[in-house]
Design a protein. Sequence first.
Length: 198
Amino acid sequence: MNADQKALADYSTDYAVAGAIGGAVLGCVLGALISNNRGAGCAGGAVAGGLAGGVAGYHFAQTQQQYAAAGAQVAIDRSKLTEEIAKAQNTRLAAERVSNDAKADIDRLKRQVASGQASQAQLTARVDTLNRDIKNTRAAADRMRTKIGEIESDIARGNMPQSDRVALTRARDQLRQELAKLEEYLGAMEGTAGVAGV
């Protein structure tokens, strides 16, 4: 058990003990008031109240642990978001360069084919390469959509600190922006492949 897990376990124990003590005291008082025999009523009420209070305290502590564990998981995911956003940005920049290079190459090859300086096979090979890049860009866009969906699921959970919710919302919005730009370059690549006439 690491330090955080131990703190959570200690926190749980404190709630269970506090609940048992509080329940026993309240049970004793109520038992003494209700019963004709105050001693027996107090003893019976203390036992019943102690059990009820201990169980209630334990369940309350378990709920606290679940919230803490959910928050810790979001924090772990949050530490990976920076890396995910960097990957998305690099992918978008790569798609921009691929799109621009493909357009320039295909425009040049089309002119060269028309003037006899390049063969139709060279143009076809370049378009085939672009089609492979289009396929890879579509897969990258699908991956971004999946990651955005995962983040939205995390945001929809109601048991996380507000700071984590804000961080996840920002990350989702950044990924959406990168996806929108990536889709623009994908459309440009598809357009370039379409006008190549191959």
